[in-house]
Ligand binder design. Structure first.
Ligand SMILES: [Zn+2]
Length: 163
């Protein structure tokens, strides 16, 4: 990413940035495309900086894949597909919600209560299902102490973690 512009006030910081990569990977056929169709601005919240709310204004590109004839939007590794906040900020909100009630986090961070609750549920569910999968792995280890079963289970577990 490179920063093209920024503005800072007493309460907010706005950072305008875009990717340094000149291509995008087609999500369907995995080919690299250099064919940029248009630009869109995507605004997302990020971690506060020196007590100021931070907004990233991403100049996001739409590519055309010449191999499979599809249009696709640029993806960013620090954002979920339709995310309105960076992943690290979501994780920070989840961390706060574990210790404070959702209304307190909502007021403190100036984010709608429903958004904080959605993030809390999303990460809590992941943690719970992560534990459930780990219990299954342990159960299989005890029941079938063969290395092959354990290996296959771990591969599935790793694939699941990616999702
Ligand atoms: Zn393609």
């Amino acid at each position: 990413m490179w920063v093209s512009d920024y503005s800072v006030s007493d309460k907010e910081a706005h950072i305008y940035c875009e990717s340094v990569k000149d291509s995008g990977t087609c999500p369907v056929c995995q080919n690299e495309s250099h064919s940029i169709q248009m630009y869109q601005e995507r605004t997302v919240r990020d971690m506060a900086l020196l007590g100021r709310k931070v907004f990233l204004h991403l100049r996001s590109r739409q590519f055309y894949c010449q191999d499979c004839g599809r249009y696709f939007n640029e993806s960013f590794e620090f954002l979920d597909k339709n995310g309105t906040m960076t992943i690290r900020y979501e994780q920070y909100l989840y961390f706060l919600s574990e210790n404070l009630c959702i209304s307190d986090v909502s007021v403190k961070e100036d984010i709608a209560w429903a958004s904080v609750q959605r993030i809390y549920c999303k990460y809590a569910e992941r943690q719970i299902s992560g534990r459930a999968v780990w219990h299954q792995v342990r159960y299989l280890l005890m029941k079938y102490p063969s290395k092959r079963v354990v290996k296959i289970t771990l591969v599935y577990w790793l694939i699941w973690k990616q999702v």
